[in-house]
Design a protein around this ligand. Structure first.
Ligand SMILES: Cc1ncc(C[n+]2csc(CCOP(=O)(O)OP(=O)(O)O)c2C)c(N)n1
Ligand code: SF4
Ligand SMILES: [Mg+2]
Length: 302
């Protein structure tokens, strides 16, 4: 049964205060991920906004063991941690690799793919703020079409996002899920489920970024909600090959479909001046993915 907000554990593994920007969704996401892990974990984190949030030695904003690793190495570093824990008989501790979209979709994909092919025993969480934010908002493989970044300044990015969960699915790993901090109990339940499994588990968490997406810091939760309601982010899980829509995405599928993409684009400065043709391309891309997901959800339940 799905967890309700009042059922979440009161124990906190994040300390008050961290170095992320005001309104960063990353802290909301990490807080619920750590609640689901119950503190029994070790993190491997490459260079990113998450490193900044975690704190600079000797200060830290989390109450868990945390290893900062080389940017392209996260999958390899987590594989090593898992092998080490196995050697000392401590497989009860969950190894969590947590990296940004640049560190996952582009620079870390080789180490991640190799680890997933070996079915190395860790949970990998990509938080997707849709650009290289920590170094000043450069485009990544996960930046959406039409978004302006410092490396796509004129017309915005010309390509669609790379579908990393789909790439991970091709590895035949036991668990894949998408999530968004604006739906914290869905995120919590998925991490809990992933922790109960062995082998490589992959989660892809949307991470609205007020600084890079250019919206007011107070609107972070609403921006994540809208991302799901227009279908820019679709909430699902694939458990041992079976696909299932979850949470708000499941409700949208049952109750009349997605909202208009323009409601999501208009409040974000990164999409300012986006050409009509590009909006149509993005809408068509979303519609195609949404129809695929609805079909797969129906098949998964047949
Ligand atoms: C090998 C290497 N290349 C580049 C960098 C510089 N660098 C540090 S953080 C970062 C951006 C990371 O982007 P992403 O993974 O999306 O995480 P975010 O900053 O968006 O949270 C880059 C390019 C580095 N530390 N190491
Ligand atoms: S740049 Fe974006 S993702 Fe990074 S800390 Fe700031 S709000 Fe968070
Ligand atoms: Mg990023």
């Amino acid at each position: 049964m799905a967890t309700k907000i009042l059922d979440l554990p009161e124990e906190e593994y994040m300390l008050p205060g961290n170095r992320a920007c005001a309104g960063c969704s990353l802290g909301i996401g990490l807080r619920h991920i750590l609640k689901a892990l119950g503190g029994n974990c070790i993190f491997a984190v490459p260079a990113s906004c998450l490193t900044v949030l975690g704190g600079m030695y000797p200060t830290s904003s989390v109450r868990i063991p945390w290893m900062n690793v080389v940017f392209p190495s996260t999958g390899a570093a987590a594989s090593g941690l898992a092998a080490g824990l196995k050697a000392i008989g401590r497989e009860d501790i969950t190894v969590v690799a947590m990296a940004g979209d640049g560190g996952t979709a582009d620079i870390g994909i080789q180490a991640l793919s190799g680890a997933a092919e070996r079915n190395a025993n860790f949970l990998y969480i990509c938080y997707d703020n849709e650009a290289y934010m920590n170094t000043g908002t450069q485009r990544s493989g996960s930046t959406p079409i039409g978004a302006r970044t410092t490396t796509t300044p004129a017309y915005g990015k010309r390509q669609h996002q790379k579908d990393v969960p789909k790439i991970m699915e091709a590895h035949g790993i036991p668990y894949i899920a998408t999530a968004c901090p604006s739906f914290p109990t869905d995120l919590y339940d998925k991490v809990k489920k992933a922790v109960g499994k062995q082998g490589t588990r992959y989660m892809h968490m949307c991470a609205p970024c007020p600084s890079g997406w250019q919206f007011p810091a107070k609107d972070t939760v609403e921006m994540g909600r809208m991302a799901v309601e227009v279908g820019a982010v679709i909430l699902y899980e694939i458990e041992d090959g079976a696909f299932r829509l979850t949470s708000r995405s499941k409700k949208l599928a049952e109750q009349g479909g997605l909202k208009a993409l323009r409601d999501y684009i208009a409040p974000q400065g990164r999409f300012k001046g986006m050409e009509e043709e590009t909006i149509d391309h993005m809408q068509a891309w979303i519609n195609r993915r949404w129809q695929q997901c609805i079909r797969r959800d129906a098949e998964g339940q047949a």
